[in-house]
Design a protein around this ligand. Structure first.
Ligand SMILES: NC(=O)c1ccc[n+]([C@@H]2O[C@H](COP(=O)([O-])OP(=O)(O)OC[C@H]3O[C@@H](n4cnc5c(N)ncnc54)[C@H](O)[C@@H]3O)[C@@H](O)[C@H]2O)c1
Length: 435
């Protein structure tokens, strides 16, 4: 039976937000080796510490093993440790470059790594978000070249997109239905069985790898477009002078009205994945309209927030040049430490362009990451009471971390402080501006 033979060994390539929880889930039924090129990440994980906070220390400790051949999860950065695996699952990043073009370098490199240890009968499954065709047209040739093996004769491939949501402790990997696919009917069936062995929510076998790839990229594109729509509504209703949230709440009483909230669209999924789809569309001669319009709209929301704050300061007779503005939260979403592709940076930069002195506070983000990636030194925790002349002219609650919801942030503002509540979480009678 396939599951028993597959219980031999699985190697997961890339132990980030996606790879680590997946490795832990598989390790409950299979012998898993987690492989990553980042030595500091490997060292931390071996001690049981996951800086992404997706896997709790106690859980990680409980599955760690001492060798690839043992039950549980063995963590390594050595190629020799994944040489005996029969299934390779690739979960490396799929970023865009500065022109928003897909950058497949990590996928090529990971495929090369796998190709070096690929053996007849092995399977290589990709989980990274890509456009349709990447697995078979881009990755498989690298596997063939590095291994000298022939695709669908000596080895097979699969694609199973990941749907986790960082920071979400309810929808964890095994509790989300998983789409699977394979390069031959038999491989598809076996890959589906493999996932079904650990995914409690069940699996859905797509008809081909390309269908599974396309399904993932449209899930995130659909979300991006829907958020862009409500962001546009927010701009319109702001001009009309009505509260967008109240309108959405009223409209949401209809059975088929889709509930989305306006906001910044950051992170490395929703704000990035649509570019994978648009790139492929352009390659085949179609110029996407709605998808790119959604991207433009969402990318402009940070500057829009800053602009609204500045306008309100002007209306309140607060001189903008040299004013002091506090931004609360920098990560791309609440209660999560990830600052990659955060759009709060757009609020920050736009305010700076008005010669505003911006103070940034985020108890969840790492000081080093923010300084390293954005060149910004965050503020230390603010005291409960600050001197009258040191209080802020405006406060922007950009990310609704739990820490910020427990305090009355108005204490850091001067009298008549302008408050912008990006996530609409503050009491309405505070009179904060919101999207
Ligand atoms: N984070 C999410 O919420 C999420 C959700 C669904 C899908 N995805 C997709 O999953 C993929 C991975 O995302 P992530 O958030 O886990 O990324 P991540 O940056 O958190 O982790 C990727 C890991 O891969 C490692 N890596 C990079 N190149 C490697 C190589 N050649 N060999 C071995 N390891 C390598 C990195 O060191 C890193 O630890 C992306 O395609 C992403 O779009 C992410």
């Amino acid at each position: 039976m396939f599951i028993n033979s597959m219980a031999e060994q699985i190697a997961i390539i890339g132990l980030g937000y996606v790879g680590l929880p997946l490795a832990v889930a598989f390790s409950r039924k299979h012998k898993v080796t987690g492989f990553d090129i980042k030595s500091d990440r490997v060292a931390e994980l071996r001690k049981g510490y996951d800086r992404t906070l997706e896997v709790e220390e106690e859980i990680l400790q409980s599955v760690l093993s001492d060798a690839p051949s043992e039950e549980g999860l063995f963590i390594t950065s050595s190629l020799a440790d994944i040489a005996e695996a029969r299934v390779y699952i690739v979960t490396v990043p799929t970023p865009v470059d500065k022109y928003n073009r897909p950058d497949l370098t990590p996928l090529y490199k990971a495929s090369e790594t796998v190709g070096k240890v690929l053996k007849p009968g092995d399977k290589v499954i990709y989980e990274s978000t890509v456009y349709p065709g990447v697995t078979e047209d881009e990755c498989v040739p690298v596997l063939e070249k590095a291994s000298g093996l022939v695709f669908n004769k000596d080895f097979t491939a699969g694609y199973s997109p990941e749907r986790i949501n960082p920071g979400d402790k309810e929808h964890t990997v095994s509790r989300i239905l998983k789409v699977t696919s394979g390069s031959t009917p038999e491989a598809a069936k076996q890959i589906n069985e493999l996932y079904a062995s650990v995914i409690e929510a069940g699996t859905y076998m797509a008809s081909s790898i390309r269908v599974a790839e396309a399904a993932k990229v449209i899930e995130n594109s659909q979300r991006d477009i829907n958020i862009a729509f409500v962001n546009e509504l927010s701009k319109i209703f702001n001009l009309i002078g009505i509260d967008t949230r109240e309108v959405l709440e009223a409209a949401g009483t209809k059975w088929n009205f889709l509930r989305f909230s306006p906001g910044l669209v950051g992170g490395h999924c929703i704000g990035v994945d649509p570019y994978y789809l648009t790139q492929k569309a352009q390659e085949v001669g179609y110029h996407p309209e709605i998808i790119l319009a959604g991207r433009r709209l969402n990318d402009g929301m940070g500057a829009y927030v800053a602009e609204q704050v500045v306008k309100q300061m002007v209306r309140s007779n607060i001189p903008v040049n040299g004013s002091r503005v506090l931004i609360l939260g920098f990560t791309f979403k609440e209660n999560c430490p990830d600052v990659r592709n955060t759009r709060v940076i757009d609020i920050y930069r736009e305010l700076e362009s008005y010669h505003v002195q911006v103070t940034l506070l985020d108890p969840r983000a790492s000081f080093e990451d923010v300084e390293h990636e954005y060149g910004i030194r965050m503020s230390e925790a603010l005291p409960d009471s600050i001197a009258e002349n040191a209080r802020f002219d405006a406060i922007i609650l950009a990310v609704a971390h739990q820490e910020f919801l427990k305090v009355d942030i108005r204490k850091w503002g001067r009298e008549g402080v302008v408050i912008f509540d990006v996530k609409s979480v503050l009491p309405k009678d505070w009179g904060a501006l919101r999207l």
